[in-house]
Design a binder for this molecule. Structure first.
Ligand code: AMP
Length: 402
């Protein structure tokens, strides 16, 4: 079975074609700046292997359909193609950011499912309408391949009310759907299960704290294989400090700024989502740039790094209190997988929780799942490379086999 995984944004989409027999990506890439005067397309056949072939194109893509048509042409291209006919694509798996309480599991797309995704779109106004566009395009261009939707919020659906409710008037939950939903669920589930397998523990009795630290950052407390709490909230703005997002702040700051700086809700939203986090403190949001700046004595970059690590450490401490027993601590995503200094700084003060890491193992670069801790560590610290596309493809296959 071959599954095309699509992650559609409002003016871009990422894609990957996965062969489920080997779980290898046959190709991957993205199309960006859709609808602008000039767009760009990246296509990689056999990505990450010795025989990778890359195509990069600059051309206008007036809409998502045009972008997808260009990708389809490359998929069957005699030079760089990975299939001979589009009929070889058996299914399409779509990443959907917000499923709210309506969708607690992946499902096959029907008209009712599309209407449901639209109904919850006010909770993810930038994402859900774009995902719907992706579904329409896939259905038009690949009419014989069923589409399956996999929700970012799904893994967090097991949180109990004490964890997902905010201490605001209860009607806001009932009437306006105000609650914590959590995001990055596909990644948290993938790394939690991979960690249990790696440690030879049954998934359903495994307690783990997963730290997804990339452009967006979130942590999850997983008890007996099920999510019981997570740091992102009703939107992906909440929780720990991120690249450009503030994470949690005192909510009264908003009213204060509205009153004293005449800021509108759109300006506040823009500031908290795009001009805060690491970027708000030091002007940079890529951790690699921050390290370069720190090393040359940039004090703001050092402060941003310390604040970031501190915010994650506090959340890990909170989840030790939530879980009681923790079988592993997992780092994943761009920063979690690659940044040894961050892992060292976060773990440094967690010795009393049974956390310790071996510096020589932590500093070694690798793309494999690995433990950073001594063999007898009470709580092993693992690096688990995430693979959201593969998780979506697996979910797609599983839904269709039912
Ligand atoms: P992701 O959203 O998972 O793709 O993560 C992207 C982020 O990972 C980038 O913005 C960088 O901050 C971070 N990142 C990637 N590679 C490294 C690295 N070698 N060291 C530190 N941070 C990294």
């Amino acid at each position: 079975m071959k599954v095309l995984v699509i992650n559609c944004g409002s003016s871009s989409f990422k894609y990957q074609l996965i062969d489920m027999a080997t779980e290898a990506a046959l190709c991957s890439g993205l199309v960006e700046r859709i609808g602008e005067s000039m767009g760009n397309l990246v296509y990689k056949a056999a990505p990450g292997t010795d025989h990778e072939k890359k195509v990069a194109k600059e051309q206008p893509f007036p809409n998502h359909t045009a972008g997808m048509q260009a990708v389809m042409a490359l998929l069957v291209d005699p030079e760089v193609g990975v299939i001979t006919s589009l009929d070889e694509i058996n299914a399409v798996g779509h990443r959907i950011v917000q499923g709210a309480e309506k969708f607690q599991a992946a499902c096959v797309v029907t008209d009712a499912v599309k209407a449901g995704i639209e109904e919850v779109a006010p909770l993810a106004p930038l994402h859900n309408p774009a995902h719907l566009q992706g579904i329409e395009v896939a259905q038009k261009l690949l009419p014989n391949a069923p589409s399956v939707v996999v929700f970012d919020t799904e893994f967090h659906a097991t949180m109990p009310p004490k964890a997902f409710l905010y201490a605001v008037p209860y009607e806001l939950y009932k009437e306006n759907s105000v609650r914590r939903y959590g995001f990055h669920g596909t990644s948290h589930r993938f790394v939690a299960e991979a960690a249990a397998t790696f440690l030879n523990k049954p998934h359903d009795s495994f307690n783990v704290i997963t730290c997804h630290l990339g452009n967006g950052c979130s942590l999850a407390a997983v008890e007996n294989g099920k999510c019981v709490d997570t740091s992102m909230g009703m939107t992906p703005l909440a929780g720990v400090m991120m690249g450009t997002r503030s994470g949690d702040i005192d909510p009264a700051i908003l009213g204060y700024l509205a009153k004293h700086k005449n800021m509108t809700s759109a300006q506040l939203d823009d500031m908290l989502n795009k001009k805060s986090g690491l970027k708000g403190i030091c002007g940079m949001n890529d951790m690699r740039d921050i390290h370069t700046a720190r090393e040359s004595g940039d004090e703001k970059a050092q402060l941003a790094f310390e604040m970031f690590c501190y915010s994650i450490r506090k959340c890990i401490g909170a989840y030790f209190a939530v879980l009681g027993r923790v079988d592993a601590l997992v780092f994943t995503a761009g920063i979690g997988e690659n940044d040894d200094l961050l892992r060292e700084e976060v773990c440094k003060y967690l010795g009393s929780f049974g956390i310790s890491i071996l510096p020589e193992v932590n500093h070694k670069r690798s793309g494999d799942i690995r433990s950073l801790s001594p063999k007898d560590a009470r709580v092993p610290v693992l690096v688990v490379p995430t693979n959201e596309e593969l998780a979506i493809a697996r979910a797609t296959q599983s839904v269709l086999s039912k």
